[in-house]
Design a protein around this ligand. Sequence first.
Ligand code: ASP
Ligand code: MG
Length: 405
Amino acid sequence: MALIVQKYGGTSVGNTGRIKNVAARVARYRSKGDQIVVVVSAMSGVTDNLITLAREIMPLPSEREMDVLLATGEQTTIALTAMALHALGVKAVSLTGSQAGILTDGVHTKAKIQNITPKEIHRHLDDGNVVIVAGFQGETPDGQITTLGRGGSDLTAIALASALKADLCQIYTDVDGVYTADPRIVPGARKLDEISYDEMLELASLGAKVMQSRSVEFAKKFGVVFEVRSSLNDNPGTIVKEETRNMEDVVIRGVSLDKNQAKVTLVAVPDKPGVAARIFKTLGDAAINVDMIVQNVSHGAGAPATDVSFTVEKADLLKAQKVIEGLKKEVRFGEVIATDKIGKLSIVGVGMKSHSGVAGKMFETLAKEGVNIEMISTSEIKISVVIDLAKAEQAMNAVHETFLG
Ligand code: ASP
Ligand code: MG
């Protein structure tokens, strides 16, 4: 007898018909004699609607009350899912995060799980029940309701799988798994059979959102192997696990495109100690997240100067320009050029560590497409370039073809 944790996201429980489908799937697994713990999200759109309601009352509601409010989304789904199982003649019981023994710190709206005491879960499982746990919520040691940050049901599922030492953890969603690229942009994209935690984290942070990053980090830390798969069919999904030797045989696991970045260039910045510190400290103090930075070699004799470019999120561009203009008098650079017509194209793969020539191959592909590279950054398992937005999708397809075609 195995213990299986299954998590169903908002679209998978988006209406009562879908909830009945989920119940049917759970019932099928249950009929094989395995113990099943189901974690559900709020029905799709519900959490957003609750946030809208709160903001209609006041712009900045108390975070404690936000948690009391948002936790109702998942509480609705657990009860409906339990009923759908009862309707199929399957014994089932729903538990809120607090009833399930999920203890968190007291940071409302983004609480961290501190400890899970799955006593109640085990009791109900031993009684022959399917146990349905509300995702995204927990309680503090003194009984306050908390939530785990948007997308937090993933974390509930991974953390429960770890605490229960589950044999299998399945994350059901509306896509078939993790793809080599976004199939809406790259028609030839393929579903991956497996991917390492680090690759998954890089792809997620690069805009390929399948799961909440925090939950993948948690899974990595505690070695929870899980599968991302569709609730709409029976196809096997993508296994996410620690990197293995043969994973390195594949040079590139995936390609991603982030269209959400903007670039700022400061021309003729004095090339002397302390200047970069001043610029980026000021941006940091304004809570602007800087991603890539490129500084050219100095030019000009006497008082050497250099050009400095960096990228920020599009939403922060105006703020960044304002902060930079404010520094002009003090730091004495020349022109400030800003554009949001860029794309950040990245290739990710643990195989990069043991294969050479990967960057050259990527750049050659871009050259053939007539795509100019404006910035480059690399890590052990990733190469990113900033390019013209107008050519970004064409470039993505070409790079995908080179490495994964
Ligand atoms: N309902 C929460 C949200 O929409 C948690 C989740 O779906 O995982 O963020
Ligand atoms: Mg969700």
